[in-house]
Write a protein that binds this ligand. Structure first.
Ligand code: GLN
Length: 245
């Protein structure tokens, strides 16, 4: 069921974000602690996006993260105050390909989906009908995650990011009941996330904000997010609200 993580805080290397902690994303690729029955390992690639003055940097590889030396050499030289990273466990029937690895990036935004949309693709057809055909033809990959990203991008042009993400999750939850919908979106300043039918934790203080599918270490300041929640996190600011109003 994939794992993802968002970091905001003092500048760190992307390699450090991927590998720091006794249960880092690197460790979670072969030994995740809380997959909630959705798979066993996350070996179908990984990716990271980071924000700089020059825009959003992006690196993805469809191989297991532990096989890529760039994680501990090249990516340790890339520093940022904002990183969104993901490791992938491809849903059955979906391709193992670089184009299908999160995060997906466009403009100032990066996005990841940790979960599965039940009944895909049929269950998303009505939601996708609002998206211009040309944008559907540009689908990043034939996966549920890429389809969610395409619909979300369309809504980001019309709504504030937190509102767009929460609205999308509510609509998909209604159209595809039982879906696992942990979504993570950032513009490098704020992290917007949802926890639906899957594990999610946060650690926010005056220095940094970290949100993750599961804690990356045993620090007691991690807080588990209740199921069916919407999360908005920034340095020194955390809001967790119920999805169901
Ligand atoms: N279903 C998505 C994919 O296959 C997300 C992966 C996951 O969480 N298992 O890309």
């Amino acid at each position: 069921m994939c794992r993802h993580l968002g970091y905001l805080g003092p500048a760190r290397s992307v390699g450090d974000v991927l590998t720091a902690g006794t249960s880092s994303l690197m460790q979670q690729s072969w030994a995740p602690r809380d997959m909630r029955g959705g798979g066993t390992v996350n070996a179908d690639g990984f990716g990271a996006a980071w924000w700089t003055d020059g825009g959003v940097g992006h690196y993805r590889n469809p191989m297991p993260i532990w096989t890529d030396p760039a994680v501990t050499d090249t990516l340790t030289s890339v520093r940022s105050t904002a990183v969104l990273a993901a490791i992938r466990s491809a849903t059955v029937g979906m391709p193992v390909d670089r184009s299908a690895c999160a995060p997906f990036v466009a403009g100032t935004f990066a996005f990841s989906h940790n979960g599965v949309v039940t009944g895909w693709p049929h269950s998303l057809a009505a939601l996708a009908a609002d998206v211009p055909t040309v944008d559907l033809l540009r689908l990043a990959a034939p996966t549920d995650a890429a389809a969610l990203w395409t619909v979300l991008q369309h809504r980001l042009g019309r709504q504030e990011p937190g509102e767009a993400l929460a609205g999308l999750v509510r609509d998909v939850d209604a159209a595809a009941p039982g879906s696992r919908l942990n979504l993570l979106l950032s513009d490098g300043r704020t992290l917007w996330a949802t926890a639906v039918h899957h594990a999610f934790s946060v650690r926010v203080d005056g220095e940094s904000a970290v949100v993750a599918s599961e804690p990356t270490d045993d620090d007691p300041s991690w807080r588990a997010v209740p199921d069916r929640s919407i999360v908005t996190a920034a340095v020194g600011a955390l809001e967790v609200t119920p999805l169901d109003r």
